[in-house]
Design a protein around this ligand. Structure first.
Ligand code: PMP
Length: 423
C-alpha cells in the first residue's frame, strides 16, 4: 500500500477519472493497484518502485521490437528536432504510404490517422458512404475502438438489434448485428434476412479482444463470400494482427482479400499512429476527392511516421517472425502438462498463434465470446498476480492477448516457464 505506484494511483484518482487514461490500465479485472512505469528497455519495464519486470503486454501490442529500440528512438529524436508538426504535407508520409501499400497489396491507397479507433470509425463511415447502406455485422466480443457505432456488443443475440454497451451512445436498433465469432451459419442467416441493407462485415481476422481466438477453418473465406453475395464491404480490422505474424497483414498472409483494412499499434512503432487502406475506388470516396469526410490536425504526424516507418523497415529487414513464433510455440509446449496449483488445478487452455497468447482458465478450444466468458476469471486474476509477484507483467484481464516481442530471449521464456511451475 505504501508503494510509489499506490501513491501515484491515489493522487491520480483525484484528478483523472478512475486514476487512468484508459480503463484497461486499471486493475479492475484482477484487483489491486495498477502499476506506474518509469522506463522500458527491450523486454523489460521498470516500475516507479524500481522493480524490473519482464513485460508480456508490450503496451497492448505495438512493441513487437521491444521497448525503446535504439534505431526507432533515434528516428523519433531526429524527426522531432526537425519540427514536431506542420499541418502541411511531409515527404515521409508519402514514403510511408508507399511502403505500406507495397507490403499490403490489397491496399491501393492508405490514409494515416492517430488511433485504431479513428481508423475503424472512418472505415465504417466509408463503407456506409460507399454502399449507401447503414447496417453492419460485427462479431460479439469484437473490439474495434470506442467510436459510438461500434460500442455495441453486450448481450445481444443473432438477428436482434444490438444495444449499446456504454451509456451516452445511441445506436438505432438493428444498425449493428452481433453474431458469434466463428459462426458461419449465423452470418449467412443475417445476410439472407438483411443482406441488401448491410454496408459492411467488420471482423478482427484473428480475434484478440476476447483473449486470443483464431478463426476456424473457412470462417474468413465465408465472410468474403457472404459480403460478395450481398454487396457489403469486408473490413478486416488488423489493428492487432497487422504486421504481427509477418511483414504484412494477416489477410494477405492467408490470401483473403478485404475491401478495407485498418492498421494501428505495430505500424506506429509506439507512437499514436494508425491507418486505413483498401481498394482505390472505395478510398477515393474520402474527402477531399470524395464525399465522406475525415480529417486530423496531427494525422500523418512526422514524429509518429518516423517511428512507424523505422519499425516497419526493421521488421522487413530483420524478419523476426519465425524467431517470435518459435518462442510462442515453445511457451505453448511448456504449458502442456504443467501441474501447478494455479494452472493444473483448473481447466486450462493456452491459446497461442505466433507470438500472441492467452492463458484461458477454462476448457479449450475457445472459439467465441460465450466460451471465453465461461472461463474462471478469478483463477486468471490469481495467476496474473502470482506472475507479477515473480517479476512478469501480463495483460491484467482474461480477455486480452499477451505479446512476445523480438526482444524476448530464450532465457526470458525459460524464466517465465519456471515461474509458472513455481506457482
Ligand atoms: N481495433 C482493434 C482490433 C483493437 O484491438 C483496438 C485497440 N486494442 C482498436 C481497434 C482501437 O485502437 P486504439 O486503442 O488505438 O484506438
Amino acid at each position: 500500500m505504501n508503494s510509489q505506484s499506490a501513491r501515484y494511483f491515489s493522487r491520480a484518482q483525484k484528478v483523472i477519472p478512475g486514476g487512468v487514461n484508459s480503463p484497461v490500465r486499471a486493475f479492475n479485472a484482477v484487483g489491486g493497484d495498477p502499476l506506474y512505469v518509469v522506463k522500458g528497455h527491450g523486454p523489460r519495464i521498470t516500475t516507479a518502485d524500481g522493480r524490473e519486470l519482464i513485460d508480456f503486454c508490450g503496451s497492448w501490442g505495438p512493441l513487437i521490437l521491444g521497448h525503446a529500440r535504439e534505431e526507432v528512438v533515434e528516428a523519433v529524436a531526429k524527426a522531432a528536432r526537425d519540427g514536431m508538426t506542420f499541418g502541411i504535407n511531409t515527404p515521409r508520409e508519402v514514403e510511408f504510404a508507399e511502403l505500406l501499400c507495397s507490403l499490403v497489396p490489397v491496399m491501393d491507397q492508405v490514409r494515416l490517422v492517430n488511433s485504431g479507433t479513428e481508423a475503424v470509425m472512418t472505415a465504417l463511415r466509408l463503407a456506409r458512404g460507399f454502399t449507401g447502406r447503414r447496417r453492419i455485422i460485427k462479431f460479439d466480443g469484437g473490439y474495434h475502438g470506442h467510436s459510438d457505432g461500434l460500442l455495441v456488443g453486450a448481450g445481444s443475440g443473432l438477428l436482434t438489434g444490438g444495444i449499446s454497451s456504454s451509456a451516452g451512445v445511441y445506436v438505432d436498433e438493428g444498425d449493428v448485428f452481433l453474431p458469434a465469432y466463428n459462426d458461419k451459419q449465423a452470418v449467412s442467416d443475417l445476410i439472407d434476412a438483411y443482406g441488401d441493407e448491410v454496408a459492411a462485415i467488420i471482423v478482427e481476422p484473428v480475434a484478440g479482444n476476447m483473449g486470443l481466438v483464431p478463426p476456424v477453418d473457412g470462417f474468413l473465406e465465408h465472410l468474403r463470400a457472404e459480403a460478395d453475395r450481398c454487396g457489403a464491404l469486408l473490413i478486416f480490422d488488423e489493428v492487432i494482427t497487422g504486421f504481427r505474424f509477418g511483414p504484412t497483414t494477416y489477410g494477405e498472409q492467408v490470401g483473403i482479400t478485404s475491401d478495407l483494412t485498418t492498421l494501428g499499434k505495430i505500424i506506429g512503432g509506439g507512437m499514436p499512429l494508425a491507418a486505413l487502406g483498401g481498394r482505390k475506388e472505395v478510398m477515393q470516396r474520402l474527402a477531399p476527392v470524395g464525399d465522406v469526410y475525415q480529417a486530423g490536425t496531427l494525422s500523418g504526424n512526422p514524429v509518429a511516421v518516423a517511428a512507424g516507418m523505422k519499425t516497419v523497415e526493421l521488421l522487413v529487414e530483420e524478419n523476426p517472425y519465425d524467431q517470435i513464433s518459435n518462442v510462442g510455440k515453445k511457451l505453448a509446449e511448456s504449458f502442456q502438462g504443467l501441474e501447478t496449483n494455479c494452472v493444473g488445478a483448473h481447466n486450462f487452455y493456452l491459446s497461442q498463434l505466433g507470438g500472441v497468447f492467452t492463458p484461458f482458465f477454462g476448457r479449450g478450444p475457445i472459439r467465441n465470446l460465450a466460451e471465453a466468458k465461461a472461463c474462471d476469471t478469478k483463477a486468471h486474476a490469481a495467476f496474473f498476480h502470482a506472475m507479477l509477484d515473480r517479476g512478469f507483467y501480463l495483460p491484467p484481464s482474461q480477455f486480452e492477448c499477451a505479446f512476445i516481442s523480438a526482444a524476448h530471449t530464450d532465457a526470458d521464456i525459460e524464466a517465465f516457464i519456471s515461474a509458472v511451475q513455481d506457482i
